[in-house]
Design a protein around this ligand. Structure first.
Ligand SMILES: Cc1ncc(COP(=O)(O)O)c(C=O)c1O
Length: 431
């Protein structure tokens, strides 16, 4: 190594992982039943800026803010080598999915705000045209770039990785994103899905060459059986290629590019947003957006972090429950009492926003941290509000978004007046 490799730190136990030597996926000290919330997050440096010479590709423009790039440079790989990894994967993504990563549109949607009766400047970040139709691919592009850097730099953490399969538990956007990226990287993948996974998703997964395992819920068991099967596969050697921080802390980092893009675009308009409303399932999106705005603020890309407001459906709201359970408890103490705040939702969840009914908010701690630090809060919305948000989004913003992907917009519909500009994320193309 020419320089020190980036480190990841577990917010639960403080374990430090050098990403050249060890995979920054699950915390190495995580132990069943220790009641610690183990999630690895990169140690962030300050002084990084978007690269004005790379206006279009987030993995080039924001590379200095990404640990795989910093690892590449520390390992003596050149700027050109990084551009080549991004470029080659981009080309392969075009072949597999029709397009690679490009900074996605963020527009002021006045007619949508007006139709919704909201007296605010409403900004919509549209991820429906992103790779595989949602923001999920951002999370996993960071992981696959890391695998490339490990191989090119012949780094110890990369030993034997090519013989291991990728694995993910999901039946929706995350599965599609994982399968598209795995195909572009020519890496075999196992996808664990429930029996009621949409036929269109199953078909596409098969077309992409993914191996599918169907996991049924068994009477008396709580927790998602797909997640259980996925974790079992990881124990047996699979590479965790899902979008949940406890299983893969690095996956959260790629999602930060979404916040970097939003902060960068608003800086261009000289706007400081008051709030960002984020739909929450497993919590990786909220966690990534929260971390990304924190990094953007620390680097002066945005003057102040927006209030983080998380949005869940009344059918399944473990994060809002954790927020109530954790009132008055210090964040560090909270990370040592996971079971006091987070456990699987008891009822079998149902909602039109079926992509956000994860039994657990796996990335709850960071979401709570972000809400506390920015003066935000969780919102729980009913099915009628979700339906109204979806209808308004499709009719007035003219975005072909799914009910899951417009669920964050139910937040401002329910919350009422705001003191300044508001951001929502539309993700997950309607299928
Ligand atoms: C379109 C869309 N938006 C938001 C989410 C929520 O993301 P997370 O599970 O990271 O909370 C999902 C999750 O599947 C999704 O598909």
């Amino acid at each position: 190594m020419k320089a020190l490799a980036p480190k990841f730190i577990c917010h639960g136990c403080g374990a430090v992982v050098d990403m050249a030597l060890q995979l920054p996926f699950a915390c190495p000290r995580a132990a069943a039943g220790d009641d610690i919330d183990h999630v690895l997050a990169p140690e962030d440096g300050a002084g990084f800026q978007p690269d004005p010479r790379s206006p279009a590709d987030p993995f080039l423009r924001y590379r200095a803010l990404l640990s795989p790039y910093r690892l590449a440079r520390a390992a003596g790989l050149s700027e050109d080598a990084w551009a080549e990894f991004v470029g080659e994967l981009g080309e392969a993504l075009i072949e597999v999915d029709g397009h690679g990563f490009r900074i996605t549109p963020m527009t002021k949607e006045s007619s949508l705000a007006q139709a919704a009766g909201l007296a605010v400047d409403l900004w919509v970040k549209d991820e429906t045209g992103n790779v595989a139709g949602s923001h999920k691919a951002r999370h996993l592009m960071g992981v696959v770039l890391y695998l490339r850097v490990l191989a090119a730099g012949r780094l110890p953490a990369g030993q034997g990785l090519r013989e291991r399969r990728l694995a993910i538990a999901s039946c929706g956007n995350a599965a599609l994103a994982a399968a598209v990226i795995a195909r572009a990287a020519e890496w075999p993948i196992d996808v664990f899905i429930p029996p009621d996974a949409p036929a269109s998703v199953v078909r596409r997964l098969k077309d992409l060459g993914a191996t599918i395992a169907v996991c049924a819920r068994r009477a008396g068991e709580t927790g998602d059986p797909c997640v259980v099967a996925f974790r079992h596969a990881v124990q047996k050697g699979a590479i965790p290629f899902g979008v949940q921080g406890p299983d893969n802390g690095l996956a959260i980092e790629g999602g930060r590019t979404l916040a970097f893009e939003m902060a960068d675009a608003l800086r261009g308009e000289d706007i400081t947003p008051a709030a960002v409303f984020v739909q929450v399932g497993g919590g990786a999106l909220a966690s990534a957006v929260s971390q990304g705005f924190a990094v953007a603020a620390a680097n002066g890309i945005i003057a102040q972090r927006p209030r983080l407001v998380t949005v869940q459906t009344a059918g399944c709201a473990p994060l809002a429950r954790a927020w109530r359970q954790s009132a008055g408890i210090e964040l560090s103490a909270l990370a040592h009492r996971r079971s006091q705040a987070m456990w699987p939702w008891e009822a079998t969840p149902a909602s039109i926003a079926h992509g956000i009914i994860d039994d657990e908010t796996y990335d709850w701690w960071d979401a709570i941290k972000g809400m506390r630090e920015t003066g935000g809060a969780p919102l729980v919305v009913g099915e009628e509000t979700l339906a109204r948000a979806w209808e308004l989004a499709r009719t007035h913003a003219k975005v072909g978004v799914s009910a899951t992907g417009s669920a964050g917009f139910a937040g401002p519909l329910q919350a009422g007046p705001e003191s300044g500009p508001v951001i929502v994320i539309f993700s997950g193309a309607e299928r």
